[in-house]
Design a protein around this ligand. Sequence first.
Ligand SMILES: Cc1cc2nc3c(=O)[nH]c(=O)nc-3n(C[C@H](O)[C@H](O)[C@H](O)COP(=O)(O)OP(=O)(O)OC[C@H]3O[C@@H](n4cnc5c(N)ncnc54)[C@H](O)[C@@H]3O)c2cc1C
Ligand code: FES
Length: 257
Amino acid sequence: MTKRTEDLRIVSRRIINEEYFVLDLKSGCDDLLIFPGQFVQVRVDNSMGTFLRRPISVYDVDSSKGIISLLIKVVGEGTRALSELGSGDNINIIYPLGNSFTFPGIGEKPLLVGGGVGVAPLYFLGKMIRERGGEPQYILGYRSENQIIDYDKFSEIGNVMITTEDGSKGYHGMVTQHPGFSKGGYNRIFCCGPDPMMKAVASLALAGNIPCEVSLENMMACGIGVCLCCVADTVNGNVCTCTDGPVFNTKDLKWQI
Ligand SMILES: Cc1cc2nc3c(=O)[nH]c(=O)nc-3n(C[C@H](O)[C@H](O)[C@H](O)COP(=O)(O)OP(=O)(O)OC[C@H]3O[C@@H](n4cnc5c(N)ncnc54)[C@H](O)[C@@H]3O)c2cc1C
Ligand code: FES
């Protein structure tokens, strides 16, 4: 699908908790071809201090209805302004941007590891893996029980293991400490979350010689490869996360792990 700029109507706004909400956007395009890992650049019109568009992963797509869903965490002025929009408002986005995760091959057993708002692209990935006959397993990490995002929705497409840092739900600890991690039973890893989490997952994947892809959330401005503010250091030199990524095979990243 070629990149486009479009005003989309918000058809639903769903609040998950005081930090997270989901916007369902109705596209005028009746042939949405968006892949898991791709993102959109959102223009924030109702915030005087927010000049640059904000990059947000595609959380879900319903092609038959032309709906694109975004899961957003309020962290600053831009995301706060977006949280104040409601059904019937329009939102201008550039989409679809960036590359996507590589679908597992037949017989491969994918483990999808997410932390916080990093679970967003992994829902869409897991859904498409399931539609293609695969069986995704999730390990999803949160600070505490009240941070857990759409547990039932994730459970519809795969086995979901939860960790919380305070032990209020699931395994008490980090995603890499979950017994599901050490037990094995998977031969591909897909990961998105805070950098330290992705580095820890990448390190274990490397030790176990398991292919691992991560979706980086480097700071972005233009989102289309012009400003060079999102550079990632790789074995192929410095590349733009917004156009060469955001998804990278961890073997290609020059990470201190
Ligand atoms: C490819 C990509 C996909 C993303 N997907 C999602 C998503 O699905 N849902 C979602 O809620 N967020 C996502 N983000 C992060 C999101 O873009 C930022 O949280 C947002 O731009 C912050 O805007 P703001 O105006 O609210 O905050 P600002 O006022 O710009 O910043 C507030 C605070 O957040 C920090 N911050 C800003 N941007 C980032 C970032 N990219 N990574 C880490 N910290 C940041 C700032 O350093 C500052 O401390 C994604 C980022 C990228 C690059
Ligand atoms: S955000 Fe401008 S080059 Fe990537």
